[in-house]
Design a protein around this ligand. Sequence first.
Ligand code: C5P
Length: 400
Amino acid sequence: MKLHGKHILLGVSGGIAAYKSAELARGLIKAGAEVQVILTAGAEAFITPLTFQALTGRAVRTELLDETAEQGMGHIELARWADLILLAPATANLLARLNAGMADDLLTTVVLASKAPLAIAPAMNQQMWANVATQRNIKALTDLYQPLWLGPDSGEQACGDVGAGRMMEPDAIVAQLEQQATASGAWQGKKVVITAGPTREAVDPVRYLTNHSSGKMGYALAAEAARQGAEVVLISGPVNLPTPAGVRRIDVISARDMAAAAEEYAPATDLFIGAAAVADYHVVNTSNQKHKKQASDQAWTLQLAENPDIIQGVAQHKRRPTTVVGFAAETTDVEQYARDKLARKNLDWIVANDVSRTDIGFNSDDNQVVVFGRNGLRSDLPQQSKTQLASALLALFTKD
Ligand code: C5P
């Protein structure tokens, strides 16, 4: 009964997978949840409100402008009641409407009016799933809500196509939500400091040196740690990402700024994660004026000096955080370099990924990593979204 007492608002939209949501509602109730169902107009074409009413024991809501229903739990009350909003199946149309911020039916209105976390199980034809418009909506919704994405699964589809787009099986959805529920609160009251993104090293007032880090992994970790109850400080280089809910964000530009912020916030905390791709060098011969182009035979030499190693400073501090975690982005001999950094920087864990692959790592929404622990532990985490990976990593770090 891991979902005991949890208020789950199950939003069902109009896809053939809607019939599976009846089984999903049953599974959620068996796991102890209280379930309130909202059907979109499209969903009603596939399954009747009566089915869900019989399963959940609650009147199913379908209309936004329904006087009788609003006399009971109004749409704003529904939005407040929910501890979690689960959209299953979520059609391409629902994802597009949510991304546009529309409130053109009860379900989109409740999502817009609610602070509850979202879990989304997309289901659609494989070509619709692969379409750039759908993928753009997925990406934008990830930035907007940091939802838990559930699937879609791959395989044979109702329309006869084969590919990604099948709704995740109801029992697998329930299992994922149970796992999340167990994790939530795992970092309650703990102090967590995370560095994220690239740093920028000034050359002159208009130019700088930097790298390809997007900050997505560090931001996903910050969002997840906050969701699990931690007090999170996110020391962020220049990135194009919204601040995750409940996270205190300290913006910095250069590695030396980041080192100063780490020195201020990291000592004596419970967990420090160095997810930033810190520039190893800064420019010594910077100029206060824009450097003008010289005659073509004149080379311009930049003199570089090493930046402080932030994580090493944190890990050697006399008030060292309980757990210090580094990242190792490598292109060759991943394990050897990662283990070497683990020891040299005095870390408890190192998360290694192969950045020579273009489908994971830098700037990508997915990552696949191998984690090495001080205690000799090795954990291979399969390719998954950075949000899901953040949850798996935090579960690992609680073992310290
Ligand atoms: O040595 P390398 O840069 O590969 O180590 C990567 C790890 O060290 C990451 O966790 C990164 O955030 C951290 N690091 C740091 N300060 C630096 C360089 C790297 O904190 N100057």
